[in-house]
Design a protein around this ligand. Structure first.
Ligand code: AMP
Ligand code: MG
Length: 476
């Protein structure tokens, strides 16, 4: 259906009024369309061929039938400290289509903006737009985006930059922090209404269960454990795992100072403000558990504490199971069991000590058939790699899968390209000068990360030394 004829619904507005605040978007000056995602348009069932209409929609100017925009209220633990009220400070919900909830990120202030301007700058919008699609392309649960616009609107971030809006979509925007808001403010009626809403939105099969709130927590825990395993095996560092940035549906949300690993480094910290590495790459699974504890605490008015604790005690085992399964696939092994953890640890230790590019290692390994030269080139020393490959050879001997078949399946799970920050930076610099060909190229790579894309070979190598392990600020 043509965009201008779409009808929006607003299921979230059926919740008690404390849950949200109505607000109109504040459009940007002189907006222009940078890019639109046809796949997302198809997923929503929207015909976006009229680009002027699309631009005006993303800029919050075009009001569709049923339009009733609002910001969501939530709290959250930021770097371990509870903040009683956060909320959508720069995201405005504009309605629901086909069970996807649409948000304009950067469309002006809301009741929850605190001292912020409610805006997003071009560089941060380009990062979210491309990265969410890259995660989707890698098969990792994530929000996506329909379109990104730029503008002539000046926004101040240490220097003057240009404002931009991403129209992002998710099957749910409910966060751990949304529950924390109502639990900590002792608004238990709202807490229960929110739990019912989240069950309906994310886990509708639970709505008829007796113990639905307990089951809800079990589902959130399962999804979170899986998401953490997915991030770890692909080498993604989120950077701001505050509880307000954790989705109860277990999707990756709120892209900020994230990074893909360059050389494998479990201690890598992508967020410049994360002095002590709370959200370092290697800490992510534990932080996932910490955040689930915070959610469990918020659910205590609805479920007995001991029952929540019992469920949570399974997190580590569940996480390990996902991790092992996904690692086994990356390694092309028919079978993996708990006994193989040492072998995986040996590999990660070897990658860390040799400073091997994580993505390149697995892609190179996906072509391995006994000739070690390409793999040995990746590290400074040969012995640790050779020792690990001796073990790997033993594993391969036990594999029943034919070598060709193993190569094929490994090439389908070990991306040739991940969007490293230096690549995004190239698209940003070009975009700030008004041209978007690199954004377009990275978008195509994001959607097809396992393809060869011979013309972009330079992005498939190890990160150039000058761009390795850089940290980004929260406004990224
Ligand atoms: P984040 O950790 O980036 O997801 O943001 C934490 C909180 O700060 C959320 O409540 C955001 O809505 C809010 N926030 C971030 N940037 C801005 C901004 N420029 N204006 C208003 N609120 C903001
Ligand atoms: Mg956030």
């Amino acid at each position: 259906m043509k965009l201008k004829h779409i009808k929006l619904t607003n299921p979230y507005l059926e919740l008690p009024e404390l849950c949200y605040n109505r607000v109109e978007p504040t459009p940007l000056k002189k907006p222009f369309l940078i890019h639109a995602n046809q796949e997302v348009a198809d997923m929503l069932g929207i015909d976006i061929s009229d680009r002027e209409v699309l631009t005006s929609f993303v800029n919050g100017e075009l009001k569709l039938e049923g339009s009733d925009s609002f910001a969501m209220c939530y709290a959250g633990h930021q770097f371990g400290h509870f903040v009683p009220r956060l909320g959508d400070g720069r995201a405005i919900n504009i309605g629901t289509v086909n069970d996807f909830h649409l948000q304009l990120k950067g469309a002006g202030q809301t009741l929850y903006s605190r001292s912020g301007d409610g805006r997003a700058v071009l560089r941060s919008s380009i990062r979210e737009y491309l990265m969410s699609e890259a995660m989707y392309g890698l098969g990792i649960e994530t929000t996506r985006a329909l379109a990104i616009i730029g503008s002539e609107h000046s926004v101040y971030r240490q220097t003057w930059e240009k404002g931009s809006i991403v129209l992002r979509v998710s099957p749910s925007w409910v966060r751990f922090g949304t529950f924390e808001y109502f639990a900590h403010s002792k608004n238990f009626k709202e807490l229960e209404a929110l739990a019912d809403y989240a069950i309906e939105e994310c886990y509708p099969h639970l709505s008829i269960e007796n113990d639905k709130y307990l089951h809800f927590f079990t589902e959130v825990m399962g999804k979170t454990a899986r998401l953490m395993a997915e991030w770890q095996v692909v080498g993604f560092n989120h950077g701001v795992m505050n509880t307000d940035n954790m989705s109860v549906l277990g999707v990756t949300i709120d892209y900020g100072p994230f990074a893909f690993l360059d050389d494998y480094d479990t201690n890598f910290i992508c967020n410049h403000t994360d002095q002590y590495g709370r959200y370092s790459f290697g800490n992510q699974p534990i932080i996932g558990e910490w955040n689930l504890k915070a959610l469990a605490l918020a659910l205590e008015p609805l479920v007995r504490k001991e029952r929540l604790e019992k469920i949570l005690s399974h997190y580590g085992r569940l996480y390990s199971r996902h991790f092992l399964y996904l690692m086994g696939r990356k390694l092309g092994l028919d079978e993996v069991s708990d006994r193989d953890f040492d072998f995986i640890k040996q590999m990660l230790g070897m990658l860390q000590s040799l400073h091997v590019d994580y993505t390149l290692f697995f892609r190179t390994l996906s072509h391995y058939s006994g000739d070690r030269r390409e793999l040995l080139k990746l590290g400074l020393l040969h012995t640790p790699m050779n020792e690990w490959l001796d073990e790997y050879d033993n594993y391969l001997k036990k594999n029943r899968t034919e070598e060709d078949e193993r190569h094929r399946s490994m090439l389908n799970v070990n991306p040739k390209y991940v969007l490293k920050n230096y690549m995004l930076q190239e698209a940003i610099e070009e975009g700030e000068n008004g041209s978007f060909s690199k954004l377009e190229a990275l978008f195509n790579i994001a959607q097809n990360p396992y393809d060869e894309h011979k013309e972009f070979e330079r992005w498939a190598g190890a990160t150039p030394d000058i761009f390795k392990n850089q940290k980004l600020s929260c406004s990224s």
